[in-house]
Design a protein around this ligand. Structure first.
Ligand code: HEM
Length: 534
């Protein structure tokens, strides 16, 4: 139908009716019934009251009333694109995962970029971590690498995640700030969580205000395992390197862009892909064995640490190209359900306590957000390889087992069967120990890598970090929180700490936080809080 395939007519009240003509299809209800008049509800006489029997009006309003689903509890604001992953060469030596067996193998991909803290309608250029979630539709089921654009995280144990997110999101009484970390609750939590210092350095750096999604790195963050056909395991860290390189804006620009065009990152991705300027990333792997892990000065299970690329250079293994925008934002970008526990045979988890908790959390959250255990029936979440199981029924079941058999084992010779050879079998790692709520001592150094990150920055970048910390902490009304943050900064870089303390007008320099063994006692859990007026 074209814009001409319709007739404009005027109704008795002067309203315009666009009626079907030419190739234009006839408007129907969701039940398929043709609609005669979509401008006027059914009334007694021209001036009402409106009649309940108007099933078209009732259905239209009913459906509209139910359009919203809960936004993601984190990473609510996002934007996604379709593309493919292409394997450079066989990685059979390391993994039996089918997508890595053959050079040139192309695997369909869907990638969602996001901010973490802001709600669905917040601004694109917030100072925040960016999500970098990749769904690969492999021949052995969906593999989701649910990563960020920063290679470390704020916390070492998933049990802290609700606290972190409560603290970073808007404050519960005033409901602001909506998309920025600049507030008391966030810095209160951070100042009481020394393990977050490395991440905080990254978040205060230019990395947290990327110029566009196309100029961002992505990281799987945790240590994972690759497992080959001989059941040998290699530890791995996943890195996405943008072909365009890394670019950020400065804070001054970010603030202006947010005001002028809060959709800046969306528009950038949409426009680039629509004009055929397809963004591309290289997948690079840091591969290491148990001996390396034992010798490395930090615990490879600690998600607040990186393995420096100088020590362990990443190996390029394939490329990711994004070449098509979704046809419908809600159907695809909003309904896509990423889950860290989606791995094909040949990819496995490590015991990183943050990863272990995430593997639990994502399934739970999809049920809440998408409302049915059948969220894999939504096309964007369905595997693109053959699949067969006996799960059935539930809200919105689109695909139930066909025929008599919906269980196994069965005597009818029907339906799918287990395969010890082809199925996912966890790497048989031997674990033992007492059950305890305890943080490993190997997780205790919270400052060395924060310092390494800071000193790796150019002078200009360092000054941006100092300016960001000053700006952020100047919004904090409680002196004890500002001081606690400076006491952490003293363990990272003294010049940085003095600069920030000076700009904040701190009367006297606090003592450095106890770097050897930071405890809650050191940090005075209940300081007499007073408020700075500014
Ligand atoms: C969503 C990354 C830690 C729970 C997301 C998304 C990303 C992400 C990229 C957005 C997915 C999308 O685009 O739809 C990360 C990274 C983490 C981390 C890199 C740490 C290294 C955690 C932890 C938990 C958690 C520790 C909970 C224990 C969630 C939940 C969602 C989410 C509930 C919302 C999912 C949805 O509704 O679709 N995360 N996350 N995350 N994450 Fe995480």
């Amino acid at each position: 139908a074209t814009i001409h395939d319709q007739k404009l007519e005027r109704g008795e009240g002067g309203e315009l009716h666009q009626t079907a003509a030419g190739k234009a299809s006839v408007l129907t209800t969701a039940q398929g019934g043709p609609v005669s008049d979509d401008q006027n509800s059914l009334k007694v006489g021209p001036r009402g009251p409106t009649l309940l029997e108007d099933f078209h009006f009732r259905e239209k309003i009913f459906h509209f009333d139910h359009e919203r689903i809960p936004e993601r509890v984190v990473h609510a604001r996002g934007y996604a694109a379709h593309g493919f992953f292409e394997t450079y060469k066989s990685l059979a030596k390391y993994t039996k995962a089918d997508l890595f067996q053959r050079a040139g193998e192309k695997t369909p991909a869907f990638v969602r970029f996001s901010t973490v803290a802001g709600s669905k309608g917040s601004v694109d250029l917030a100072r925040d971590v960016r999500g970098f979630a990749v769904k690969l539709y492999t021949q052995e089921g969906n593999w989701d690498i649910v990563g960020n654009n920063i290679p470390v995280f704020f916390i070492q144990d998933a049990i802290k995640f609700p606290d972190l997110i409560h603290a970073v999101k808007e404050e519960p009484d005033c409901a602001f700030p909506q998309a920025q970390s600049a507030h008391d609750n966030f810095w209160d939590f951070i100042s009481l969580t020394p393990e977050s210092m490395h991440m905080v350095m990254w978040v205060m750096s230019d990395r947290a205000i990327p110029r566009s999604f196309r100029f961002m790195e992505g990281f799987g963050v945790h240590t994972f395992r690759l497992v080959n056909a001989k059941n040998e395991s290699t530890f791995v860290k996943f890195h996405w390197k943008p072909k365009l390189g890394l670019q950020s804006v400065v804070w001054n620009e970010a603030v202006k862009i947010n005001g002028a065009d809060p959709d800046f990152h969306r528009r950038d991705l949409w426009t680039a892909i629509k004009i055929g300027n397809f963004p591309e990333w290289e997948l690079q792997l840091q591969l290491f064995d148990q001996d390396f892990a034992d010798a490395f000065e930090f615990d490879v299970l600690d998600p607040t640490k990186i393995i420096p690329e100088e020590i362990l250079p990443p190996v390029p293994v394939g490329r990711l190209v994004l070449d098509r925008m979704p046809d419908n934002f809600f159907a695809e970008t909003e309904q896509v359900a990423f889950m860290t526990q989606n791995v094909p045979p040949g990819i496995d988890f490590s015991n990183d306590p943050l990863l272990q908790g995430r593997n639990f959390s994502y399934l739970d959250t999809q049920l809440k957000r998408l409302g049915s255990p059948n969220f894999t029936h939504i096309p964007i979440n369905a595997p693109k390889c053959p699949f067969a199981h006996f799960q059935q029924d539930g809200h919105m079941a689109m695909r139930n087992p066909i025929g008599r058999v919906n269980y196994q084992p069965n005597s009818f010779g029907e339906g799918p069967r287990e395969s010890a050879q082809r199925g996912f079998t966890p790497f048989p790692e031997v674990v033992e120990g007492e059950k305890r709520r305890l943080r490993a001592e190997s997780f205790a150094d919270h400052y060395s890598q924060a310092r390494q990150f800071f000193i790796s920055q150019t002078a200009g970048e360092q000054s941006h970090i100092a300016a960001a910390l000053t700006f952020e902490l100047s919004k904090v009304k409680i002196p004890a929180i500002r001081e606690r943050m400076v006491s952490h900064l003293l363990n990272i870089d003294e010049t940085l700490a003095s600069k920030v303390a000076d700009k904040l007008g701190l009367q006297k320099m606090p003592k450095p936080a106890d770097a050897a063994l930071p405890t809650r006692q050191d940090l005075d859990p209940s300081p007499a809080l007073s408020i700075v007026e500014n």
